[in-house]
Ligand binder design. Structure first.
Ligand SMILES: [Zn+2]
Ligand SMILES: [Zn+2]
Length: 175
C-alpha cells in the first residue's frame, strides 16, 4: 500500500495519520519464505519536520509462521513493531548509496508501507526460534520428531564406557 507524501510536504509541520492495510501475505526473506499468519493495519504517522525532511512512525503487530530451529515444526511467532524513521525526500541526496539503502521504501513522493514493514521484519528477525525451551529436536539419523515419539536409532543414554570403545573403533577404521 502506498501513501502519497506530497500533501504532507506542502505545508510545514503538517502531519498525516493513517491506518494502512498490509498487502504482503508471505514474508520472502533472502534466507527463506514465511507465511504471515495474521496481520493488523499499520498505524502510520508522517510528520513534516523541515524542508524535505519527514519523520515516519509505524506501529503494528504481525504473526509469522517460523520453523523451530530444532524440530522444524512451525511456530506462530509474534512481532511487534514500533519504529520511527527520519527521511529526506530531497532527490539530490538520493545519490549516495547509504541514502539509497535507507530509502528503498520511498518511491518518488510515495511511501511504500509494505517495503517499510519488510525492512523492519528483516531487522527484527529472531536469531533463534524454538517451539518450546524443552524442544527435543529431531533424530539426526531417521528424522523422527522426538517431541512426538521415540525412534530405534542410537540410544543416547549409552554407557560412557561403551562410547569410549566406540571411539577407539572409529579411530581404528579411519586409519
Ligand atoms: Zn521444536
Ligand atoms: Zn532415529
Amino acid at each position: 500500500m502506498l501513501i502519497n507524501l506530497s500533501d504532507v510536504l506542502s505545508e510545514q509541520h503538517k502531519t498525516i495519520e493513517k491506518d494502512v492495510a498490509v498487502d504482503m501475505t508471505v514474508f520472502e526473506a533472502p534466507f527463506g519464505r514465511y507465511e504471515i499468519v495474521s496481520k493488523n493495519l499499520v498505524h502510520i504517522v508522517v510528520e513534516h519536520v523541515k524542508d524535505s525532511e519527514l519523520m515516519i512512525r509505524g506501529l503494528t503487530d504481525l504473526v509469522i509462521a517460523v520453523p523451530c530451529d530444532r524440530c522444524l515444526e512451525e511456530v506462530d511467532k509474534a512481532f511487534h513493531f514500533d519504529f520511527a524513521k527520519n527521511v529526506d525526500l530531497n532527490p539530490e541526496l538520493v545519490d549516495t548509496q547509504k541514502e539509497f539503502d535507507e530509502k528503498n521504501y520511498i518511491d518518488g513522493y510515495n511511501l511504500d508501507v509494505d517495503k517499510l514493514l519488510y525492512n523492519e521484519i528483516l531487522i527484527g528477525w529472531p536469531m533463534k526460534v524454538l517451539c518450546s525451551e524443552n524442544c527435543k529436536g529431531i533424530c539426526s539419523i531417521c528424522g523422527q520428531n522426538l517431541n512426538k515419539g521415540t525412534c530405534d536409532c542410537e540410544d543416547t543414554g549409552l554407557d560412557p564406557r561403551m562410547s569410549v570403545i566406540q571411539d577407539v573403533f572409529k579411530n581404528f577404521k579411519e586409519v
